[in-house]
Design a protein around this ligand. Sequence first.
Ligand code: GLN
Length: 543
Amino acid sequence: MTRFIFITGGVVSSLGKGLASAALGALLQARGYSVRLRKLDPYLNVDPGTMSPYQHGEVYVTDDGAETDLDLGHYERFTGVPSRQSDNVTTGRIYQTILQKERRGDYLGGTVQVIPHVTDAIKDFVLADTEGTDFVLVEIGGTVGDIESLPFLEAIRQLGNDLPLGRSLYIHLTLVPYIPSAGELKTKPTQHSVKELRSIGIQPDLLLVRCDRQVPEAERRKIGLFCNVRPEFVIQALDVGSIYDVPLSYHAEAFDDRVLEAFGIPEGAPPVLKRWEDIHERVTSPEGEVNIAIVGKYTGLKDAYKSLAEALVHGGIANNVRVNLEWLESEIFEDEDAVVHLEGVDGILVPGGFGKRGVEGKIAAANFARTRKVPYFGICFGMQIAVIEAARNLAGLHGASSTEFGPCDDPVVGLMTEWLRGNQVERRTASGDLGGTMRLGAYEAHLKPGTRISEIYGGATTIHERHRHRFEVNINYVEQLEARGLLFSGLSPDGVLPETVEIPDHPWFVGVQYHPELKSKPFDPHPLFAAFVRAALAQSRLV
Ligand code: GLN
């Protein structure tokens, strides 16, 4: 019997609805239930794949090749349940589906309308692919009151009646601000937000109120009274030191008990929270620290590298150290010497990226790491950068570059127009659509035995990692580069696409064409991040 939990947000955005959903998922899981988490996004893009990181933060990629909202990353990091294409939908995708049907004539001459056609399509999405799951948590993006979210709210309102009694629950997340001049916590924004929600027919069962300090019992009673919610179902969500403390903090407020109570499920045994207690311990009392420089392009917006930042925290957890991140805008190296900024860091990471701006700065950072023997981790673009740097400065190919930035003498990185996915050939053209056409999702890679990369993966020679890129390192340059010390340690199963590179004669220099950060979890740190932080720790002890 599947139960549905709908999570909406009010008052302001960025209250951490995604984290709240993920943490509730983790708590239900800790009580032995199976969970799925999904997100309804009200914007008109078909998916976030074509959006700038400045607009939308990171694009999270699933095994099945969907480009999704970054909240799906939180869901996976907290529950370990791999997200799927069917876990994220946008208004754009809903309309695309409906309009295709309309053009085919599937509506048999009928007028196509928001109610019932759009709302039905949303409901189909919510209910699809949920068999055998105890709880499906559905987060609705945006804030109550937005015009765009109305069809989604209407759809989840309808679902409350469509589903059998006692199978759905509405949780609303709001803010209770503290006004210093009055010295008081204010409940009015919450009251207004719930009023808005009730005006469209949704009565929340449970309120989660974000606050930077304790919300006294009297205030919670008042919120309950004005919002028509039982006072004990008004749960405070206090700010915590680390996001991985959220499940523990929610449990302390009996959030999970109340959710089960609302469904009429007997409380049963308390959740097993050892996993989260261990992480809390490691995050709050590290035994050392390392300093990692991230040389990227979107460093002004941390959400642009959300999974990466979390994976580095996980690498710290694996080594019992705190990882301090220094975000460096790569363009600065084009005017100033990289040395000034990178001297003294314990590791350098060049993450994924697109386009020409800042590239020369990243190449300078890779050069610094290689020549000064500082641990280097190149992810996707960061691997391509390392190859360009080695081609220019080790192999003497001065015109080496990527065709992503225009024609060049030595295209050591080039556009891939044809590749194999299993036995299937995928094709692209230079002038084709940009949306959804990269090499996306999980692909198999073969690692050469005895290499550093294989050793990092515990001796494995076959791995599956998630990809999101249009360009590939050019296999035709492999011999020339290997002769100069850059080893191509991992390739696609057909041997055509370089997947990993390393420099054996270096303390730790690894580039990977995929995005390992997407699969790292606090309770299961990705081996590459664990190994990189370990190498940085060794480096920090050298100086
Ligand atoms: N811009 C590069 C490409 O498209 C790298 C992409 C990435 O880092 N995700 O191949």
